[in-house]
Design a protein around this ligand. Structure first.
Ligand code: G3P
Ligand code: CA
Length: 239
């Protein structure tokens, strides 16, 4: 059965990549969450999509220019009154929140644009300390980063993110030692893509599918997971 993962939490209904968005995903019954991580000035792994604070908080400038303590105090509520004062969480905060439940956690390392030296080890240390390694899959568009993850923690599952066409990605993934490919759902236009991946032993976890029409179509194709801002819609359609 296709798993439904909440993209940046239940981000259609609560501010993306915040504790309320992840709590809501769980409340809705999502099978997993997806989140993005960067490094703070003091080397802490923090959950935010962009390299800068401008789009999602009441501050500006680089995430890497502030300490975790400073980032926690920012307002990441997008001005939504119900969530006013919600700050940027650390990865450890999110793993603590979801620990009692059963959700999978897709940790996306954001190292494509700005390289954070040591982010792989820092994230893997947090995951190890949480004891949730078996529920985690680490993904990145930066496959060099994922090689580093494999070297440090070969037991952690890897998902290869890509948005451009990739030649026989299931073969590349199998050779890489990845558990999954994480393509944009436009990739599923390739006839038989999910079946080819299955034969190679590779899961397909696809993003970011939001409309009812597209969710119905993509879930009907049977990928391992669909990543969506609307986990409630995905769950209703999947049944
Ligand atoms: O992990 C899937 C998806 O989140 C990748 O794109 O930009 O939303 O992080 P983005
Ligand atoms: Ca992401």
């Amino acid at each position: 059965m296709t798993a439904i993962w909440a993209h940046r939490g239940a981000s259609a209904y609560a501010p993306e990549n915040t504790l309320p968005a992840f709590a809501l995903a769980e409340e809705m019954g999502a099978d997993g969450i997806e989140l993005d991580v960067q490094l703070s000035a003091d080397g802490e792994v923090v959950v935010i999509h962009d390299e800068t604070l401008d789009r999602t908080t009441n501050a500006t400038g680089a995430v890497a220019g502030r300490t975790l303590a400073e980032l926690r105090t920012l307002d990441a509520s997008f001005g939504q009154p119900d969530f006013r004062g919600t700050g940027i969480p650390s990865l450890a905060d999110v793993l603590d929140l979801v620990k009692p439940g059963r959700m999978s956690v897709n940790v996306e390392l954001k190292t494509s644009v700005e390289f954070y030296p040591g982010i792989e080890k820092a994230a893997l240390d947090v995951i190890a300390a949480s004891g949730l390694g078996e529920r985690v899959i680490v993904s990145s568009f930066n496959h060099y980063t994922l090689k580093t993850v494999q070297q440090i923690a070969p037991e952690i599952r890897i998902g290869l993110l890509f948005s451009e066409p990739l030649y026989l990605p299931w073969e590349y993934a199998a050779e890489f030692g990845a558990a999954a490919i994480h393509p944009h759902y436009g990739f599923l236009r390739i006839p038989g893509a999910i079946e080819y991946a299955a034969v190679a032993g590779i899961d397909v976890n696809t993003w970011t599918v939001n409309s009812e029409e597209h969710l119905a179509r993509v879930i009907g194709m049977g990928p391992a997971a669909v990543i969506t801002n609307h986990p409630d819609r995905g769950l209703k359609i999947r049944g």
